[in-house]
Design a protein around this ligand. Structure first.
Ligand SMILES: Cc1cc2nc3c(=O)[nH]c(=O)nc-3n(C[C@H](O)[C@H](O)[C@H](O)COP(=O)(O)OP(=O)(O)OC[C@H]3O[C@@H](n4cnc5c(N)ncnc54)[C@H](O)[C@@H]3O)c2cc1C
Length: 302
Protein backbone atom coordinates (compact mmCIF):
# COMPACT_ATOMS: atom_id res chain seq x y z
CA UNK A 1 0.00 0.00 0.00
CA UNK A 2 1.26 3.49 -0.90
CA UNK A 3 1.66 6.18 1.75
CA UNK A 4 -0.53 8.68 -0.10
CA UNK A 5 -2.44 9.31 -3.28
CA UNK A 6 -2.77 12.93 -4.36
CA UNK A 7 -5.71 13.55 -6.69
CA UNK A 8 -5.16 16.68 -8.79
CA UNK A 9 -1.78 17.75 -10.15
CA UNK A 10 -1.99 21.52 -10.31
CA UNK A 11 -0.77 24.14 -7.81
CA UNK A 12 -2.23 22.50 -4.70
CA UNK A 13 -1.63 18.86 -5.65
CA UNK A 14 1.97 19.29 -6.81
CA UNK A 15 2.78 21.28 -3.67
CA UNK A 16 1.35 18.54 -1.45
CA UNK A 17 3.23 15.91 -3.46
CA UNK A 18 6.49 17.85 -3.09
CA UNK A 19 6.31 17.80 0.73
CA UNK A 20 5.47 14.09 0.82
CA UNK A 21 8.21 13.31 -1.70
CA UNK A 22 10.79 15.20 0.33
CA UNK A 23 9.63 13.22 3.37
CA UNK A 24 10.57 10.13 1.30
CA UNK A 25 7.03 8.76 1.24
CA UNK A 26 5.76 6.54 -1.58
CA UNK A 27 3.12 8.50 -3.39
CA UNK A 28 1.07 8.51 -6.57
CA UNK A 29 -0.25 11.76 -8.01
CA UNK A 30 -3.12 11.40 -10.46
CA UNK A 31 -4.13 14.34 -12.61
CA UNK A 32 -6.82 14.81 -15.24
CA UNK A 33 -4.96 17.83 -16.65
CA UNK A 34 -7.66 20.53 -16.44
CA UNK A 35 -6.26 23.25 -14.13
CA UNK A 36 -8.68 26.13 -13.50
CA UNK A 37 -6.51 28.83 -15.10
CA UNK A 38 -5.88 26.91 -18.34
CA UNK A 39 -7.90 29.60 -20.18
CA UNK A 40 -5.30 32.31 -19.47
CA UNK A 41 -2.11 32.71 -21.54
CA UNK A 42 -0.16 34.01 -18.55
CA UNK A 43 -0.31 33.64 -14.79
CA UNK A 44 0.34 36.70 -12.63
CA UNK A 45 1.20 37.42 -9.02
CA UNK A 46 2.85 34.05 -8.34
CA UNK A 47 6.22 34.89 -6.82
CA UNK A 48 9.12 34.18 -9.16
CA UNK A 49 6.81 33.08 -11.99
CA UNK A 50 5.02 36.32 -12.91
CA UNK A 51 3.85 36.37 -16.51
CA UNK A 52 4.69 32.72 -17.25
CA UNK A 53 2.16 30.44 -18.98
CA UNK A 54 0.27 28.38 -16.37
CA UNK A 55 1.00 25.15 -18.25
CA UNK A 56 4.73 25.88 -18.22
CA UNK A 57 4.75 26.54 -14.46
CA UNK A 58 2.96 23.24 -13.85
CA UNK A 59 5.19 21.31 -16.30
CA UNK A 60 8.33 22.53 -14.54
CA UNK A 61 6.83 21.81 -11.10
CA UNK A 62 5.85 18.27 -12.16
CA UNK A 63 9.42 17.63 -13.42
CA UNK A 64 10.81 18.79 -10.08
CA UNK A 65 8.42 16.55 -8.11
CA UNK A 66 9.19 13.58 -10.40
CA UNK A 67 12.90 13.93 -9.66
CA UNK A 68 12.20 12.30 -6.27
CA UNK A 69 12.46 8.50 -6.52
CA UNK A 70 9.37 7.67 -4.44
CA UNK A 71 6.95 9.55 -6.72
CA UNK A 72 4.83 8.39 -9.62
CA UNK A 73 2.65 10.77 -11.63
CA UNK A 74 -0.21 9.30 -13.65
CA UNK A 75 -2.39 11.11 -16.18
CA UNK A 76 -6.08 10.36 -15.86
CA UNK A 77 -9.22 10.81 -13.88
CA UNK A 78 -10.05 9.26 -10.53
CA UNK A 79 -13.62 8.01 -10.81
CA UNK A 80 -14.13 6.66 -7.32
CA UNK A 81 -12.51 6.44 -3.92
CA UNK A 82 -13.57 4.52 -0.86
CA UNK A 83 -12.31 3.70 2.60
CA UNK A 84 -10.78 0.27 3.24
CA UNK A 85 -9.11 -1.00 6.43
CA UNK A 86 -6.04 1.25 7.07
CA UNK A 87 -6.58 3.44 4.04
CA UNK A 88 -8.35 4.04 0.78
CA UNK A 89 -8.75 2.46 -2.61
CA UNK A 90 -8.96 4.63 -5.66
CA UNK A 91 -10.33 3.67 -9.08
CA UNK A 92 -8.97 5.37 -12.16
CA UNK A 93 -10.81 5.81 -15.48
CA UNK A 94 -8.34 3.47 -17.20
CA UNK A 95 -9.37 0.64 -14.85
CA UNK A 96 -6.33 0.84 -12.57
CA UNK A 97 -7.03 0.50 -8.81
CA UNK A 98 -4.54 1.78 -6.24
CA UNK A 99 -4.48 1.73 -2.44
CA UNK A 100 -2.91 4.24 -0.05
CA UNK A 101 -2.99 5.15 3.64
CA UNK A 102 -3.81 8.80 2.96
CA UNK A 103 -5.70 10.72 0.30
CA UNK A 104 -5.08 14.34 -0.63
CA UNK A 105 -7.86 15.89 -2.71
CA UNK A 106 -6.56 18.84 -4.74
CA UNK A 107 -9.23 18.63 -7.39
CA UNK A 108 -10.17 22.32 -7.76
CA UNK A 109 -13.43 23.93 -8.77
CA UNK A 110 -15.33 24.68 -11.98
CA UNK A 111 -16.46 28.25 -12.70
CA UNK A 112 -20.03 28.60 -13.91
CA UNK A 113 -20.14 31.80 -15.94
CA UNK A 114 -23.27 33.97 -16.13
CA UNK A 115 -25.52 33.14 -19.06
CA UNK A 116 -24.40 35.66 -21.70
CA UNK A 117 -23.14 34.64 -25.15
CA UNK A 118 -19.49 35.45 -25.76
CA UNK A 119 -18.28 35.22 -22.14
CA UNK A 120 -16.69 31.77 -22.47
CA UNK A 121 -14.68 32.64 -25.62
CA UNK A 122 -13.14 35.58 -23.72
CA UNK A 123 -12.69 33.89 -20.32
CA UNK A 124 -9.18 34.48 -18.98
CA UNK A 125 -8.36 37.12 -21.64
CA UNK A 126 -10.91 39.94 -21.50
CA UNK A 127 -13.60 38.35 -19.28
CA UNK A 128 -11.94 38.05 -15.90
CA UNK A 129 -12.63 37.05 -12.32
CA UNK A 130 -9.73 38.66 -10.48
CA UNK A 131 -8.15 42.10 -10.95
CA UNK A 132 -4.98 41.06 -9.08
CA UNK A 133 -4.43 38.27 -11.64
CA UNK A 134 -5.20 40.14 -14.87
CA UNK A 135 -6.29 43.74 -14.13
CA UNK A 136 -2.85 45.28 -14.69
CA UNK A 137 -2.83 44.16 -18.34
CA UNK A 138 -6.01 46.26 -18.92
CA UNK A 139 -4.93 49.27 -16.85
CA UNK A 140 -6.23 52.76 -17.66
CA UNK A 141 -8.77 51.38 -20.13
CA UNK A 142 -12.57 51.27 -19.60
CA UNK A 143 -13.52 48.33 -17.40
CA UNK A 144 -16.84 46.76 -16.46
CA UNK A 145 -18.28 44.53 -13.76
CA UNK A 146 -21.19 42.29 -14.70
CA UNK A 147 -23.35 41.96 -11.59
CA UNK A 148 -24.25 38.38 -10.85
CA UNK A 149 -23.91 38.16 -7.10
CA UNK A 150 -23.92 40.42 -3.99
CA UNK A 151 -20.09 40.21 -4.15
CA UNK A 152 -20.28 42.18 -7.42
CA UNK A 153 -20.58 45.52 -5.53
CA UNK A 154 -17.42 44.68 -3.58
CA UNK A 155 -15.68 43.70 -6.83
CA UNK A 156 -16.81 46.92 -8.57
CA UNK A 157 -15.50 49.06 -5.70
CA UNK A 158 -12.00 47.58 -6.20
CA UNK A 159 -11.72 47.92 -9.98
CA UNK A 160 -11.23 51.74 -10.28
CA UNK A 161 -7.62 51.23 -9.14
CA UNK A 162 -7.09 49.64 -12.57
CA UNK A 163 -9.29 51.83 -14.77
CA UNK A 164 -12.56 53.78 -15.09
CA UNK A 165 -15.29 51.36 -14.02
CA UNK A 166 -18.94 50.69 -14.85
CA UNK A 167 -21.09 48.31 -12.81
CA UNK A 168 -23.75 46.66 -14.98
CA UNK A 169 -26.55 45.68 -12.61
CA UNK A 170 -28.20 43.37 -15.21
CA UNK A 171 -31.54 43.78 -13.48
CA UNK A 172 -30.25 41.25 -10.93
CA UNK A 173 -28.62 43.43 -8.39
CA UNK A 174 -29.76 46.68 -6.81
CA UNK A 175 -27.02 48.28 -4.68
CA UNK A 176 -28.33 49.36 -1.26
CA UNK A 177 -27.66 52.89 0.08
CA UNK A 178 -24.39 51.89 1.72
CA UNK A 179 -23.10 50.14 -1.42
CA UNK A 180 -24.23 53.06 -3.59
CA UNK A 181 -22.30 55.51 -1.36
CA UNK A 182 -19.19 53.32 -1.59
CA UNK A 183 -19.47 52.98 -5.37
CA UNK A 184 -19.99 56.77 -5.69
CA UNK A 185 -16.96 57.45 -3.52
CA UNK A 186 -14.91 55.13 -5.75
CA UNK A 187 -16.18 56.85 -8.93
CA UNK A 188 -18.00 53.75 -10.26
CA UNK A 189 -20.72 54.41 -12.84
CA UNK A 190 -23.87 52.33 -12.29
CA UNK A 191 -25.52 51.18 -15.54
CA UNK A 192 -29.02 49.67 -15.33
CA UNK A 193 -29.56 48.86 -19.01
CA UNK A 194 -28.68 45.19 -19.50
CA UNK A 195 -25.57 44.06 -21.41
CA UNK A 196 -27.05 42.11 -24.33
CA UNK A 197 -23.90 41.30 -26.34
CA UNK A 198 -20.12 41.48 -26.23
CA UNK A 199 -18.48 43.16 -29.23
CA UNK A 200 -15.01 42.71 -30.76
CA UNK A 201 -13.05 39.74 -32.06
CA UNK A 202 -12.87 37.13 -29.25
CA UNK A 203 -10.88 36.66 -27.09
CA UNK A 204 -10.55 40.46 -27.19
CA UNK A 205 -13.36 42.74 -26.05
CA UNK A 206 -13.91 46.17 -27.58
CA UNK A 207 -17.35 47.18 -26.36
CA UNK A 208 -20.64 45.97 -24.93
CA UNK A 209 -24.04 46.34 -26.54
CA UNK A 210 -26.75 47.47 -24.12
CA UNK A 211 -30.43 46.48 -24.32
CA UNK A 212 -31.44 50.11 -24.81
CA UNK A 213 -29.34 50.26 -28.01
CA UNK A 214 -26.27 52.09 -26.71
CA UNK A 215 -22.74 50.74 -27.17
CA UNK A 216 -20.11 51.31 -24.48
CA UNK A 217 -16.39 50.77 -25.17
CA UNK A 218 -14.85 48.24 -22.76
CA UNK A 219 -11.46 46.55 -22.55
CA UNK A 220 -12.35 43.95 -19.92
CA UNK A 221 -15.42 42.72 -18.10
CA UNK A 222 -15.12 41.29 -14.58
CA UNK A 223 -17.54 38.60 -13.43
CA UNK A 224 -17.94 36.68 -10.17
CA UNK A 225 -18.80 33.15 -11.33
CA UNK A 226 -20.46 30.74 -8.97
CA UNK A 227 -18.46 27.55 -8.50
CA UNK A 228 -18.99 23.83 -8.14
CA UNK A 229 -16.56 21.10 -7.16
CA UNK A 230 -14.59 19.85 -10.18
CA UNK A 231 -14.87 16.32 -8.76
CA UNK A 232 -17.51 14.57 -6.64
CA UNK A 233 -14.83 12.60 -4.73
CA UNK A 234 -15.06 14.63 -1.48
CA UNK A 235 -18.81 14.10 -1.41
CA UNK A 236 -18.45 10.40 -2.27
CA UNK A 237 -16.05 9.96 0.64
CA UNK A 238 -18.47 11.72 3.01
CA UNK A 239 -16.40 14.88 3.65
CA UNK A 240 -18.16 17.82 5.31
CA UNK A 241 -18.62 21.07 3.36
CA UNK A 242 -18.96 24.75 4.24
CA UNK A 243 -20.66 27.49 2.26
CA UNK A 244 -18.02 29.63 0.56
CA UNK A 245 -18.81 33.01 -1.01
CA UNK A 246 -19.18 31.49 -4.50
CA UNK A 247 -20.10 27.87 -3.74
CA UNK A 248 -19.38 24.92 -1.46
CA UNK A 249 -15.87 24.33 -0.11
CA UNK A 250 -14.54 21.20 1.55
CA UNK A 251 -14.32 21.72 5.32
CA UNK A 252 -10.73 21.40 6.60
CA UNK A 253 -8.78 22.14 9.79
CA UNK A 254 -5.52 24.10 10.09
CA UNK A 255 -3.57 21.14 8.59
CA UNK A 256 -6.09 20.69 5.77
CA UNK A 257 -7.52 17.48 7.27
CA UNK A 258 -11.13 17.00 6.19
CA UNK A 259 -13.87 15.64 8.44
CA UNK A 260 -13.04 12.12 7.14
CA UNK A 261 -9.97 10.71 8.94
CA UNK A 262 -7.09 10.18 6.52
CA UNK A 263 -8.49 12.48 3.81
CA UNK A 264 -6.86 15.88 3.31
CA UNK A 265 -8.03 18.60 0.92
CA UNK A 266 -6.18 21.60 -0.50
CA UNK A 267 -6.48 24.44 -2.98
CA UNK A 268 -9.54 26.11 -4.48
CA UNK A 269 -11.76 23.18 -3.50
CA UNK A 270 -10.96 23.74 0.16
CA UNK A 271 -10.59 27.50 0.66
CA UNK A 272 -12.75 30.59 0.15
CA UNK A 273 -10.02 32.94 -1.10
CA UNK A 274 -8.36 31.46 -4.12
CA UNK A 275 -5.28 31.97 -6.23
CA UNK A 276 -2.27 29.94 -7.32
CA UNK A 277 -0.10 31.03 -4.39
CA UNK A 278 -2.77 30.25 -1.80
CA UNK A 279 -3.48 26.88 -3.46
CA UNK A 280 0.24 26.06 -3.33
CA UNK A 281 0.46 27.07 0.34
CA UNK A 282 -2.61 24.95 1.05
CA UNK A 283 -0.96 22.01 -0.71
CA UNK A 284 2.13 22.41 1.48
CA UNK A 285 -0.07 22.28 4.59
CA UNK A 286 -1.94 19.22 3.32
CA UNK A 287 1.29 17.41 2.39
CA UNK A 288 2.86 18.12 5.77
CA UNK A 289 -0.44 17.34 7.55
CA UNK A 290 -0.72 13.98 5.79
CA UNK A 291 2.92 13.16 6.57
CA UNK A 292 2.58 14.05 10.27
CA UNK A 293 -0.58 11.95 10.54
CA UNK A 294 1.29 8.94 9.07
CA UNK A 295 3.97 9.36 11.74
CA UNK A 296 1.32 9.58 14.49
CA UNK A 297 -0.41 6.39 13.28
CA UNK A 298 2.86 4.48 13.13
CA UNK A 299 3.68 5.53 16.72
CA UNK A 300 0.25 4.46 17.93
CA UNK A 301 0.58 1.07 16.19
CA UNK A 302 4.10 0.43 17.64
C1 LIG B 1 -9.21 32.32 -16.03
C2 LIG B 1 -8.43 32.24 -14.74
C3 LIG B 1 -7.20 32.86 -14.63
C4 LIG B 1 -6.50 32.80 -13.42
N1 LIG B 1 -5.32 33.47 -13.33
C5 LIG B 1 -4.64 33.43 -12.17
C6 LIG B 1 -3.42 34.16 -12.04
O1 LIG B 1 -2.98 34.86 -12.97
N2 LIG B 1 -2.75 34.09 -10.86
C7 LIG B 1 -3.22 33.35 -9.80
O2 LIG B 1 -2.58 33.33 -8.75
N3 LIG B 1 -4.38 32.65 -9.90
C8 LIG B 1 -5.09 32.67 -11.05
N4 LIG B 1 -6.26 31.99 -11.17
C9 LIG B 1 -6.70 31.13 -10.04
C10 LIG B 1 -5.93 29.79 -10.11
O3 LIG B 1 -6.12 29.22 -11.39
C11 LIG B 1 -6.44 28.82 -9.04
O4 LIG B 1 -6.49 29.44 -7.78
C12 LIG B 1 -5.53 27.59 -9.00
O5 LIG B 1 -5.43 26.98 -10.27
C13 LIG B 1 -6.06 26.58 -7.99
O6 LIG B 1 -5.21 25.48 -7.98
P1 LIG B 1 -5.74 24.06 -7.51
O7 LIG B 1 -4.55 23.17 -7.56
O8 LIG B 1 -6.51 24.16 -6.26
O9 LIG B 1 -6.83 23.62 -8.61
P2 LIG B 1 -6.75 23.54 -10.20
O10 LIG B 1 -5.69 24.39 -10.74
O11 LIG B 1 -8.13 23.76 -10.69
O12 LIG B 1 -6.32 22.02 -10.47
C14 LIG B 1 -7.13 20.93 -10.14
C15 LIG B 1 -6.56 19.73 -10.89
O13 LIG B 1 -7.22 18.57 -10.43
C16 LIG B 1 -7.58 17.76 -11.56
N5 LIG B 1 -8.72 16.93 -11.18
C17 LIG B 1 -9.97 17.29 -10.80
N6 LIG B 1 -10.72 16.21 -10.53
C18 LIG B 1 -9.93 15.13 -10.76
C19 LIG B 1 -10.14 13.73 -10.69
N7 LIG B 1 -11.31 13.19 -10.28
N8 LIG B 1 -9.11 12.90 -11.02
C20 LIG B 1 -7.91 13.41 -11.39
N9 LIG B 1 -7.66 14.72 -11.48
C21 LIG B 1 -8.65 15.58 -11.18
C22 LIG B 1 -7.95 18.80 -12.62
O14 LIG B 1 -7.94 18.23 -13.91
C23 LIG B 1 -6.84 19.83 -12.39
O15 LIG B 1 -5.68 19.51 -13.13
C24 LIG B 1 -7.01 32.05 -12.33
C25 LIG B 1 -8.25 31.42 -12.46
C26 LIG B 1 -8.96 31.51 -13.63
C27 LIG B 1 -10.30 30.86 -13.75
Amino acid sequence: MLDAIVVGGSFAGLSAAMQLARARRRILLIDAGLPRNRFADASHGFLGQDGKAPAQILREAACQVLAYPTVEIAKGEVLDAKAIPDGFTVAMAQGREVQARRLVLATGVVDILPDLPGLMERWGASVLHCPYCHGYEHRDRPLGVLASHPMSAHQAAMIPDWGPTTLFTQGRFEPDDEQRALLDARGVTIECSEVSALLGRAPQLEAVQLADGRTLPLSALFVAPIQRMASPLAETLGCGFDDGPMGPIIRTDAWKATTVPGVFAAGDAARPMQNATLASADGVLAGVGAHQSLIRDALLAA
